[in-house]
Design a protein around this ligand. Structure first.
Ligand code: NAP
Length: 247
């Protein structure tokens, strides 16, 4: 399973799941662009880890929620390389809390980043992928998109929206050999879940048949497979990586 000659962009590739995905894609041979929004050091670190393994990583800073900046930055990547083959929409934020207490600005920020952000990136890559007659778009959703979760109404809605986006784009782009899939992780050990209390983690673990949280690498392997030629007949699917939490 090699991605030599391919160009990939991982949004939110600086930390957590995105970092593991970027490293894996670069290890597999793709020139990999690491997008981030705020944490320059983390993006540099991901780039260094890729270089240590002999891969090619490049940094592209933009806020996925900003339509104009996203089009311009992805346009630059396409001009630099003459192509863009793999887009992993991974950038995401979580703002937890019961709906009665949620502020409108939190809702807007969540939808703006998690859902509109992915749409912005899909819009920026779809023309070049159509021209290439090859492409892979992989949207990182979440177990809560399908299962729901108290205290995560807005987050779950943003991720459920990603599933609709995935299936619709899969239908629009299939005739050009562009596969669009979603990966729905369960609870994965990253900064996002680090804030959970010990009690909350114990409660979650009780519900996971595999009795452990996932690792970013558990997700990265699946994304790398979906990005490959071997996954060329898989489109419009939701691949769940959750230790059996939701079946
Ligand atoms: P994380 O450790 O908090 O990392 C989030 C990444 O997204 C960072 O690289 C961050 O960059 C970037 N980002 C955030 N807002 C951005 C924006 N507006 N524009 C560009 N980049 C932005 O998160 P994670 O746990 O790895 O999660 C990655 C994805 O998986 C998210 O979509 C999340 O919803 C999803 N997910 C996670 C879990 C889990 O258990 N961890 C489970 C299911 C789904 P900066 O630091 O520079 O802002």
């Amino acid at each position: 399973m090699r991605l030599d000659g391919k160009v990939a962009l991982v949004t939110g590739g600086s930390r957590g799941i995105g970092r593991a995905v970027a490293i894996r894609l670069a290890e597999t041979g793709a020139v990999t662009y690491i997008n981030y929004h705020r944490d320059e050091n983390a993006a540099q670190q991901t780039c260094s880890l890729i270089a240590e393994e002999g891969g090619v990583g490049r940094i592209s800073r933009f806020d996925v929620a900003d339509y104009e900046r996203t089009q311009a930055s992805i346009g630059d990547i396409i001009r630099e390389n003459g192509r863009l083959d793999i887009l992993v929409n991974n950038a995401g934020i979580a703002v937890d809390g019961l709906l009665v207490r949620m502020k409108e600005s939190d809702w807007d920020r969540l939808i703006g980043t998690n859902l509109k952000g992915a749409l912005n990136c899909c819009h920026a890559v779809s023309r070049v992928m159509i021209r290439q007659k090859w492409g892979r778009i992989i949207n990182i959703a979440s177990v809560v998109a399908e299962a729901g979760n108290a205290g995560q109404a807005a987050y779950a809605a943003s991720k459920a929206g990603l599933l609709g986006l995935t299936k619709s784009l899969a239908r629009e782009l299939a005739s050009r050999s562009i596969c669009v899939n979603a990966v729905a992780p369960g609870f994965i050990k990253t900064d996002m879940t680090a804030a959970l209390s010990v009690q909350a983690k114990e409660k979650i673990l009780e519900q996971i048949p595999m009795s452990r949280l996932g690792t970013p690498e558990d997700v990265a392997g699946v994304v790398a497979f979906l990005a490959s030629d071997e996954a060329g007949y898989i489109t419009g699917q939701i691949i769940r990586v959750n230790g059996g939490l939701y079946m």
